[in-house]
Write a protein that binds this ligand. Structure first.
Ligand code: C2E
Ligand code: MG
Ligand code: MG
Length: 720
């Protein structure tokens, strides 16, 4: 873009416009009928202060016969250098034609003609030069001379051409005030100068056009978008066009979104200026509508939660994050059980309120970074992000289910809700959110078929063992919160007189599908899932409550509670025991804790302080399963104990061959216990022979099927 476009040129204000230097007299009439001498004299006199030259049309080549000092100033040429040659020598080639055309037309029409040309100064610099030709006739009506007034209009050209395009852009649009157009001059030195602004600025912002022309656009742009504006301006120095949206602040302080469409129109290398014309319109409403449309398309109207569309997007994001961090994503679909029933029996409004409440509860159960979406009438999706392992989804899912199960009240309607979950733990590298959703859906269908109120995992990637363990773990968490566990009690019999002064609390799980499960089926899982302290608390609570009942019935029994390794090491044990004892106002001597020798010596030693504290309260401590880990005498001494329970395996061996050896071993164990002043119990006594022998060996207590299986509490007093 090296030369001015036609529209810009024609847009230059007419030469007779206000503020323009005009000759004092109309040259044509003043000089008519004068001879060459007198024409030169007359022009010199009349236009002494103007920038002009006089061309003699009668001479070959139409040379300049007189040039004013002002023209010498303008062009840098000496007056002598300007005279004697055609004015065309000042011009740039591409405007020669037009200049010649203009001169000819002035001569032919006998009227003044103005032309805009690009001229060179003596030093080679180009400038925009306005030439106004006045034909001068002699007495016979022949045009003999051409008086040309010249002026440098470079500045006006730049600004005016911007204005012209501004006007062209605004045109009819200006009227309704929706479009604001402007012309901007980007100077190579980095300045951006607003050369022209349309009236619509006032409609748009409430400010005057002068305000923006004087202070520049930036001052009206929202502070957060100024950086964008800067980027935009520097971009326009080399980009042909740009469309940006940013915010303006109106005079009233209102924030307005505008869309600004700008094109580069011309560039003057000489002036070091790039002209940009822009058009701006208010898109606030459109933006708002777009946001609203987006909301309608992505957000569930009832709950305000993301809907199924947005869900896919969120899953996608979670997957990306998981890939980056090497973590897992759990996608769970939660379906309310019996929701249709509520809707049918009560009303749709009831149903809606219920959904809103469930959404609220679920949202609370999740972390902020997790996504909760509603993707069906009574179906929600939970996206748990950034999980360190598969298992870490479980506590959150359990929390979600528990939140749903809280009692629900709506007027007279009271409900105990429940929900079923289908879960897919998305393996690292999963790319398709929709496939993941399908898998979660399949898991949900499976869960609804056989695990209502609980959850099922999709099993493609998880091996069967892992899957059932995860599911069992989920169920176990639920069992703990829903009281599916029960305690049975096995009496401990004083061997010399058959008296029952204590019982051992043994946990069982009344699994809704699998029936009554023994500890061996789930206690290891409890440990793996770090649920030991929770199980302990549960058992301790029930056991103490039962002990208190027996105390009240005047048949007091010490209740022994098994403490798992994680419960022992949790750091919670002392507090748990203290709290529970005081809650039930139970004599500490009526509680015994059984620590298994299997726990391992390191853990046991580390827990010595804890056990010491518990004993200091008056609670008994016994070492369970003794004999298995071959503890040494020193190790035993280091533990604060009241009792020793010989593992069942030593007792059952008594029936086999080589009895004498076993008896010796047993005798040694009992002696060891006694030497440490511990009360010794033999576990797993099933036969009278075993019982007899242990009595002979002076074992203190016995426990086993011979006396009683573990039984529910109400059957225990019968043995007292
Ligand atoms: P334990 O503490 O040694 O409990 C004794 C186990 O021996 C009980 O099995 C009991 O039913 C069984 N038993 C008692 N007498 C006989 C008998 O004459 N013959 C045979 N064959 N078995 C007998 P149970 O209830 O299945 O418990 C197994 C183990 O699970 C317990 O061994 C204990 O370590 C653990 N456990 C039980 N309840 C709890 C609990 O509440 N918390 C924790 N952490 N562990 C528990
Ligand atoms: Mg035990
Ligand atoms: Mg035992």
């Amino acid at each position: 873009m090296s030369s001015l476009t036609t529209e810009a040129r024609s847009a230059l204000p007419p030469a007779t416009g206000a503020g323009e230097p005009r000759p004092a007299l109309a040259p044509s009439s003043a000089l008519r009928s004068a001879g060459t001498e007198s024409v030169v004299e007359a022009t010199s006199r009349l236009f002494a202060h103007d920038c002009f030259c006089l061309t003699d049309l009668r001479l070959v080549g139409h040379p300049v016969v007189h040039a004013s000092p002002a023209l010498a100033d303008l062009t840098g040429y000496a007056v002598e250098a300007l005279t004697g040659r055609n004015l065309g020598f000042l011009l740039r080639n591409d405007t020669d034609q037009e200049a010649a055309e203009a001169a000819r037309s002035a001569v032919e029409s006998g009227r003044p003609v103005t032309v805009l040309v690009r001229a060179y100064r003596e030093d080679g610099a180009l400038f925009w030069c306005e030439q106004r030709h006045y034909p001068i006739q002699d007495g016979e009506g022949r045009t003999t001379h051409l008086l040309t007034l010249l002026r440098d209009v470079s500045d006006q050209v730049h600004a005016a051409s911007a204005q012209a395009v501004g006007q062209e852009l605004s045109g009819s649009l200006e009227g309704d005030g929706r479009f604001f157009s402007y012309a901007l001059l980007l100077h190579d030195d980095g300045r951006a100068e607003l050369a022209w602004a349309s009236e619509a600025w006032r409609h748009l912002t409430g400010y005057g056009v002068d305000d923006v022309v004087e202070q520049g656009l930036e001052r009206f742009v929202h502070s957060e978008d100024r950086e964008l504006l800067g980027e935009r301006l520097s971009g326009l120095r080399h980009q042909e066009r740009r469309v940006d949206q940013y915010r303006l602040v109106t005079q009233g302080g209102r924030v307005l979104w505008v869309e600004d469409f700008a094109t580069r129109r011309w560039r003057s290398d000489e002036a070091g200026v790039t002209a940009v014309y822009g058009m701006m319109k208010d898109v606030t409403n459109a933006k708002r509508e777009a946001a609203e449309l987006w909301r309608l398309a992505h957000v569930d109207a009832l709950t305000g939660l993301p809907n199924a569309h947005l869900l896919e997007d969120r899953v996608q994001q979670a997957l990306l994050q998981a890939r980056r961090n090497g973590t897992h994503v759990a996608l769970a679909l939660l379906d309310l059980d019996h929701f249709r029933f509520v809707e049918r029996t009560f009303s749709q409004r009831h149903g809606e309120r219920l959904i809103i409440e469930v959404a609220r509860r679920l949202r609370r159960a999740l972390r902020r970074t997790d996504t909760l979406a509603r993707c069906g009438t009574d179906t929600f999706a939970l996206v748990l992000c950034d999980l360190p392992n598969e298992r870490s989804a479980l506590p959150v899912l359990e929390k979600a289910l528990a939140a749903v199960r809280e009692r629900y009240q709506d007027g007279t309607l009271t409900l105990q809700l429940s929900a079923t979950l289908g879960v897919d733990i998305l393996p690292a590298g999963t790319r398709s959110p929709s496939a993941a959703l399908e898998r979660a859906d399949e898991a949900l269908r499976r869960a609804k078929a056989n695990a209502r109120g609980g959850f099922r995992f999709y099993d493609a990637k998880l091996d069967a063992g892992m899957r059932s363990r995860l599911e069992l773990e989920g169920e176990l968490r639920r069992a703990l919160s829903e009281d599916q566990l029960v305690l049975h009690y096995q009496p401990r019999v004083q061997l010399d007189d058959g008296a029952i002064h204590s019982v051992e609390a043994l946990v069982r799980w009344g699994h809704p599908v699998k029936g009554l499960l023994k500890p061996a089926d789930f206690v290891p899982l409890v440990e793996e899932a770090q649920l030991g302290p929770r199980l302990f608390e549960w058992v301790l609570e029930r056991a103490c409550r039962q002990a208190q009942r027996w105390q009240k019935q005047r048949a007091p029994k010490r209740v022994a509670v098994n403490v798992s390794p994680t419960a022992l090491a949790s750091g919670e044990l002392v507090r748990q025991v203290q709290d529970t004892l005081s809650r039930y106002d139970l004599h500490p001597g009526l509680l015994e804790l059984e620590i298994s020798e299997r726990t391992g010596h390191e853990t046991l030693e580390a827990a010595a302080g804890t056990l010491q504290e518990v004993r200091a309260m008056g609670v008994h401590v016994a070492l369970d399963d003794f004999g298995i880990a071959h503890s040494s005498l020193t190790q035993l001494r280091g533990l604060p104990l009241d009792g020793l329970k010989i593992d069942r395996s030593f007792i059952s061996q008594l029936d086999g061959d080589g009895r004498a050896e076993e008896v010796d071993l047993l005798r040694a164990i009992i002696a060891l216990g006694k030497s440490l002043k511990l009360r010794v119990t033999a576990e797993g006594i099933e036969t009278k022979e075993q019982n007899l022998l242990l009595r002979q060996l002076r074992c203190d207590d016995g426990q086993g099927f011979l006396f009683s299986h573990p039984v529910p509490a109400e059957y225990v007093p019968a043995f007292a």
